[in-house]
Design a protein around this ligand. Sequence first.
Ligand code: HEC
Length: 135
Amino acid sequence: MQISYARLSYVMAGVVLILVLAGVAANLVKDRERRQNVAIAMTSGDPTRAAEIFRRYGCVGCHIIPGVPGADGKVGGPLTDLRQRVYIGGVVNNTPENLVQWIVFPQRFSANSAMPATGISEAEARDLAAYLYAR
Ligand code: HEC
């Protein structure tokens, strides 16, 4: 049987392409895991509980929240890129403690804020903060 070199080089190119794509995918997964671990260490929260908590306290009706289906509210701004923000609510430094306290009781920092205190517990707010910083 004869092997055509042209055909062989197509096969090799295909193999190389698959290896490169697999490498890129593995790196994306690793990046995501690393971000999640950092967010958990920063907040002591559990991001896997967040989606249900966002729904229970009505956050989804007022905010777009990436990765939470149906969270398309536009009363407040989108809760995206929280780990890159300098301020929360435009009034207080973006630290894990301040984010948790903002989620529990925004008026602590911003007396006239239109965001209501929803009755969420501090432990639940930590889970949300972990989720938001992991994105
Ligand atoms: C009734 C609507 C409403 C609900 C419910 C609500 N928010 Fe907000 N939220 C707002 C508004 C309006 C702002 C902007 C307020 C401000 O800047 O004073 C805001 C601001 C924020 C910010 C600061 C964002 C930034 O860009 O700095 C965070 C974080 C946040 N909300 C999280 C939450 C979470 C988590 C929940 C659920 C526990 C929630 N919000 C529930 C209306 C709401």
